[in-house]
Write a protein that binds this ligand. Structure first.
Ligand SMILES: [Zn+2]
Ligand SMILES: [Zn+2]
Length: 180
């Protein structure tokens, strides 16, 4: 019965293709999010939520994983350690004529497994209170860590930077809740 054979073959092929497509969709969804290694909250990585291209830290506890080796998003590091937020800094951008401007507020992370430090853009949905807590704790950063940051040309925010930090954070909150 060639007709029945053909039908059965078509059915199984259809089933395979539907299952394949479902699997592909699941794969895509998981690449757009992750479960936080520290607080276990599900984190969405779509750029329309976070406002950044490579969401690399949890918006609740600000922890990240050491995944990148050379540049953000390359996912080439074998370390995979937990990266703790240890401070805040400004990304220095050099203006014309060589003067430094304030730059963008960045989170400073340190890998708890290998010690590597990196700076990362704040995402639009990062918890401003968690950021403030990182800043407060970083004011008493131990001297060794401070020296390591200096070696990496990272200058953590100090007491004098509170007003700039507050403006930066309130700006982000007001964008999200314009009624405030
Ligand atoms: Zn978390
Ligand atoms: Zn590491």
């Amino acid at each position: 019965m060639p007709y029945v054979d053909e039908l059965l073959e078509f059915q199984s092929r259809l089933e395979l293709s539907v299952a394949g497509r479902r699997r592909a969709r699941r794969g895509k969804e998981s690449s757009q999010g992750f479960v936080c290694i520290h607080c276990r909250n599900p984190v969405l990585a779509q750029s329309w939520i976070s406002g950044v291209q490579n969401r690399n830290h949890c918006p609740y506890c600000l922890r990240s994983r050491h995944l990148d080796l050379h540049r953000p998003g390359d996912r080439l590091s074998a370390c995979k350690g937990v990266m703790h937020p240890i401070g805040m800094t400004f990304k220095k951008t050099r203006k014309k004529y060589g003067s430094l401007n304030g730059g963008e507020l960045m989170l400073v992370h340190q890998c708890q497994a290998c010690g590597k430090v990196s700076i990362n853009r704040i995402a639009a949905d990062d918890d401003p209170q968690a950021i403030l807590a990182v800043y407060t704790a970083s004011l008493s950063l131990d001297p060794e860590l401070r020296a390591l940051l200096a070696q990496n040309s990272i200058q953590p925010l100090c007491e004098q930077d509170l007003s700039v930090l507050r403006r930066g954070l309130l700006g982000a909150v007001q964008e999200e809740f314009p009624q405030l």
